[in-house]
Design a protein around this ligand. Structure first.
Ligand SMILES: [Fe+2]
Length: 359
């Protein structure tokens, strides 16, 4: 763990039940570009925002946002005069909002794509954005990067700019009450992965570790009860807090090897992100135990013991396999997966190196 470190979090965090209802006070006298999903519009989101001056709505965001779709939206919004972006949705919506917030002086249509793919060093500007997560998992509301996919290339890209933080993140656990069971579980497991990944991480420091432990404990204690009682606000609140604490941690460390592996698994096997980045966690815990005191201590605090048994039981109870084969990954795939970890920046963050693969 780094003894000397910096920690940076410029986002104003607003947390609490019904805080969504106070959104007007952050948007007074501003022209707002709303980015959300069709589902939220269908469920009456615009009625709840009727006091806000919304000048344009983007509601065609798909999960795993792709360059080609975002470029089409980008073309359109370059012609619109707005002061601030309001992103209401899950990780894909917030990541898309980040892509759409960046522009250059000439407002080139391909600017952000080139910035990402060609690693341009050109000067850029960022429109301020407010992020309101409606799932408890992504963390994107308080991280300075966005995941963008090119499914033709079967490749995940990252738009990572040091100042790509939201202006305000509003966490209201009420917004997650209506989420179905599968999304609830997947997003909570994504959070657990964010927390653990920021622990076995070469960028870890005292601040990030303490947030990560808090986050992972909340997931371990609440994920099973919530999965059995989806409309329990107390469990929803705890899982959303876990999402926030994981964000406070991995926003400063980035993710590591579980996420690095997940991108191959999502691109080639079409496995949802929250599962792809978490079903390997028990294997990773077994690999890292005994290697670093600070990681052992953190794991003991989270699970009450230095073992992956509790996590294995959680996956069993949730009926989620931790076996590569059940995700269509055979020995051949596994070789490609391992190759995909070479020169992979997220994998390089990892303190876990020699994985004891169990296929
Ligand atoms: Fe993730």
């Amino acid at each position: 763990m780094n003894k000397n470190f910096t920690y940076y979090m410029p986002t104003k965090i607003v947390y609490g039940v019904n805080e969504f209802n106070n959104i007007f006070k952050y948007l007074e006298n501003q022209k707002v570009l709303l980015i959300t999903s069709k589902g939220h519009i269908k469920r009456g989101l615009l009625d709840k925002l009727k006091d806000i001056n919304i000048v344009y709505v983007v509601d065609n965001i798909k999960s795993h946002p792709e360059f080609k779709d975002l470029e089409n939206v980008y073309k359109k919004i370059l012609q619109i005069d707005f002061d601030i972006i309001l992103a209401i949705g899950g990780g894909s919506v917030i990541d898309s909002a980040k892509y759409l917030s960046v522009y250059n002086q000439k407002k080139d249509i391909n600017f952000v794509t080139k910035l990402i793919k060609n690693k341009l060093k050109e000067k850029y500007f960022i429109k301020p954005f407010i992020a309101i997560p409606t799932t408890a998992g992504t963390g994107s509301e308080i991280t300075p990067w966005a995941t963008i996919w090119d499914m033709d290339e079967k490749k995940k890209y990252s738009l990572h700019l040091p100042d790509l933080f939201s202006k305000i993140a509003i966490y209201d656990p009420i917004l997650t009450l209506s989420l179905p069971k599968d999304i609830t579980i997947q997003t909570a497991l994504d959070t657990l992965s964010h927390a653990l990944e920021s622990i076995w991480n070469k960028n870890a420091n005292e601040i990030t570790i303490s947030y990560a432990i808090k986050s992972a404990k909340l997931i371990v204690e609440n994920i099973i009860p919530l999965s059995q009682n989806l409309d329990n606000l107390e469990y929803r609140d705890n899982i959303m807090k876990a999402c926030m604490y994981a964000g406070l941690s991995f926003s400063n460390t980035q993710t590591a090897i579980a996420h690095a592996m997940s991108y191959y698994i999502t691109a080639y096997k079409n496995i949802p992100h929250g599962i792809a980045c978490s079903f390997t966690l028990s294997l990773l815990i077994d690999t890292i135990i005994g290697k670093y005191d600070f990681i052992d201590n953190a794991l003991k605090e989270i699970f009450g013991e230095l073992s992956s048994n509790k996590l294995r039981n959680i996956f069993k109870e949730l009926n989620i396999s931790i076996n590569f084969r059940d995700y269509g990954i055979n020995d051949n795939d596994l070789e490609y997966l391992q190759l995909s970890l070479q020169n992979n920046q997220r994998a390089d963050n990892s303190l876990i190196k020699d994985i004891k693969w169990e296929v």
